[in-house]
Design a protein around this ligand. Structure first.
Ligand code: ADP
Ligand code: ADP
Ligand code: SF4
Length: 602
């Protein structure tokens, strides 16, 4: 076939015991007697039907694609690689498997970011840079590190790869899914952290990340936000050349995100370490990284990691959907932000008019005061504020799961609720789970508005308990929106979604609100997600774990000003794309905007 095509067979999906090899029977070269689709021969001696292999030499390429259509399990992808892609892969996991093109280049004293969807090879790249995975340069035979070095001679990676070859690179790594840490560690926070204190930096990390109060708590009992900060401290306390941080923001509030970004930058700048960060919160990535590699391709089939770009250009190009140097369109439509005209309040009917409410826990250890207000039918109401300030408590008051201490919250509303920590761990298939929630399951409306934007098609046959964090999140959002209710309440829908999925989930939620006349409330800490989603804002402030106050829903400008003035963070607009960027504290713009009281839409 054309040199620039690849065939990828997902062996987890290829189930020859449940089909009759339609791919093989219909493949045009096979029908003329050629051996394009053949059997692997791996299962033959076990009496099992054998999985398929596709010859990339013989296959006619994407324009044929008959096998892709015929396979009932979506196991096959035939892809024309972009012509602009001149290089050989750095690694391919075997024939008909995922291939990775390009590697990020960590630099001493710098934070290098990677921006791109999940499944595009970021972890593969890091395993290579760690020396854990020896790349094969896409060849059938194994290559040794000297060949790899030869392939990268004259590039910014040459010295780094020489060090990997000589076993001289030491690495500390923060995993993506912190929720899994309790499964592999049985003890309390102090025990976990003390094992990692190689730089004598633990005390300061514990203080800046506000871990003190949970030092003697069992790891098992920590919340997601606490686990995230403990995992970050454990990684940064190590004494290594290279630090790899796979998503630092899930479950952290904005203040904590900014602190995490500053700690990572300081370690790079003050101690000359190389930091590599994968991050999907664009405002934080912008603040955090010195240079940026964009990753694009077809998740699960191939991934390309570009040469480094400036962070500003990298994010701008990513949002615009077009990579300039690579001459590559990665998305049809640009992602755009409104600069001057924040959406004004919707003029829908009032769904609910709630009075002032108070809720205290125990002997008043925590008290929340809520200013009464109106929620409009058909609006998306954003809810912002630090962790531990009472946002979930407010949600539970609305659902009737909690009784207020003062005020009458008998709201008589049917609420569909997606909690922050998604616990849908049953042994049940995704399709069975979702069809138990809605009669609409499988209808063309449901497929277009829910399944497609949330990319559910490919995981319908999987078990809930086998899903990754991002997949679980998408199923939970779908389940929440599919229920019939007066009010849809989503707590941190952006967690574990990659940037692309955030944008798609955001537009699915907005369209759902508009078309179904639904009212949606969204709690989130990703400022870009809130910007793209919300019509109005409800701002929580106070002292976390002590007392919280909730404002009535406000127009976006007033809400953002309230929220960001509590945090003392201002945003400017990127000249080219108008996207919001966090100002350097005490910069001229920062001071000017604070004086004028314009923190976001300046
Ligand atoms: P990311 O970190 O961007 O989410 P990964 O590097 O983890 O992506 O994975 C990229 C692709 O490589 C995935 O489709 C995954 O299934 C595939 N892959 C990862 N490890 C292996 C392996 N050992 N053998 C075959 N395929 C693999
Ligand atoms: P947020 O959603 O903003 O993170 P929450 O509403 O979950 O905040 O919690 C606010 C405060 O109330 C926290 O200090 C939390 O520990 C405390 N809290 C939450 N639920 C209970 C409860 N059932 N009993 C006692 N304290 C609670
Ligand atoms: Fe055969 Fe290739 Fe066509 Fe698939 S795409 S049916 S392997 S020629």
């Amino acid at each position: 076939m054309a040199d620039d095509s690849i065939a990828v067979v997902d062996l987890d999906r290829c189930q020859p015991d449940r089909c009759s090899y339609e791919c093989k029977n219909y493949c045009p070269p096979n029908r003329t007697g050629k051996e394009c689709i053949t059997l692997r021969g791996e299962e033959a001696d076990q009496g099992q039907p054998d999985q398929i292999h596709i010859s990339e030499e013989i296959c006619l390429g994407e324009t044929c694609g008959i096998c892709v259509e015929k396979c009932p399990f979506d196991a096959i992808e035939i892809i024309n690689l972009p012509q602009e892609l001149q290089d050989d892969p750095v690694h391919r996991y075997g024939e008909n498997a995922f291939s990775l093109y390009g590697l990020p280049a960590p630099q001493e004293g710098q934070v290098t970011g990677i921006l791109g969807p999940n499944g595009i090879g970021k972890t593969t790249a890091v395993r290579i840079l760690e020396g854990e995975l020896q790349p094969n340069l896409g060849r059938d035979e194994a290559v040794d590190w000297d060949d790899v070095l030869e392939a990268y001679r004259g590039t910014e990676l040459q010295d780094y790869i020489a060090d990997v070859r000589d076993g001289e690179v030491t690495v500390a790594r923060k995993p993506q899914y912190v929720d899994q840490i309790p499964e592999s560690f049985d003890g309390n926070t102090r025990e976990l952290l003390e094992r990692t204190d190689e730089r004598d930096a633990l005390d300061s990390l514990v203080e800046r990340l506000e871990i003190g109060p949970v030092m003697d708590q069992a790891i098992d009992d920590l919340s997601g936000g606490e686990l995230q900060r403990v995992a970050l401290a454990a990684t940064l306390a190590r004494d290594t050349d290279f630090y790899f941080l796979d998503e630092v923001t899930p479950y952290l509030d904005i203040g904590q995100r900014v602190t995490a970004a500053r700690l990572i930058r300081e370690l790079a700048e003050e101690e000359d370490r190389s930091m590599l960060v994968v991050e999907h919160d664009l405002a934080i990535l912008d603040l955090l990284a010195d240079t940026l590699h964009v990753a694009y391709g077809e998740p699960g089939a191939y991934g390309v990691i570009t040469s480094p770009k400036s962070v500003r250009n990298g994010i701008n190009e990513y949002l615009s959907g077009y990579l300039d140097n690579e001459n590559m369109r990665i998305r049809q439509d640009p992602i755009e932000f409104e600069e001057h005209a924040p959406r004004t309040a919707t003029h829908g009917d009032v769904l609910v008019d709630y009075p002032d409410l108070t809720k205290s826990y125990g002997d008043g250890e925590f008290t929340l005061e809520i200013e009464g207000g109106e929620i409009h039918r058909n609006e998306v109401l954003g809810i912002v504020g630090p962790n531990g300030i009472g946002k979930s408590t407010f949600a539970k008051l609305l659902t009737g799961n909690l009784e207020p201490t003062a005020g009458d919250a008998d709201l008589d509303l049917d609420i569909s609720y997606k909690p922050q920590y998604v616990t849908i761990d049953q042994h049940m298939r995704v399709d069975a789970f979702l069809s138990s929630i809605t009669d609409q399951f499988g209808s063309s409306y449901w497929n277009t508005e829910i399944a497609q934007p949330l990319q559910l098609e490919r995981i319908m046959e999987q078990n809930l308990s086998d899903l990754s964090g991002g997949e679980r999140q998408r199923v939970a959002i779908a389940a929440c929106l599919s229920d019939s209710a007066d009010l849809y309440l989503l707590d941190e829908p952006s967690a574990h979604l990659d940037v692309e999925q955030r944008v798609q989930a955001t537009s699915a939620i907005r369209r759902y609100a508009e078309q179904q006349d639904a009212t949606v409330m969204v709690i989130d800490h990703d400022i870009y997600t809130i910007d793209l989603l919300a019509d109005r804002l409800m701002v929580f402030e106070g002292e976390p774990a002590m007392h919280g106050r909730a404002s009535e829903p406000q127009p976006m400008r007033e809400g953002m000003n309230d929220f960001l003035s509590n945090l003392e963070i201002t945003f400017r607009r990127d000249e080219r794309t108008s996207r919001p960027r966090i100002n350097k504290p005490e910069s001229q713009l920062d001071r000017e905007q604070k004086r004028e009281g314009e923190y976001y839409y300046s």
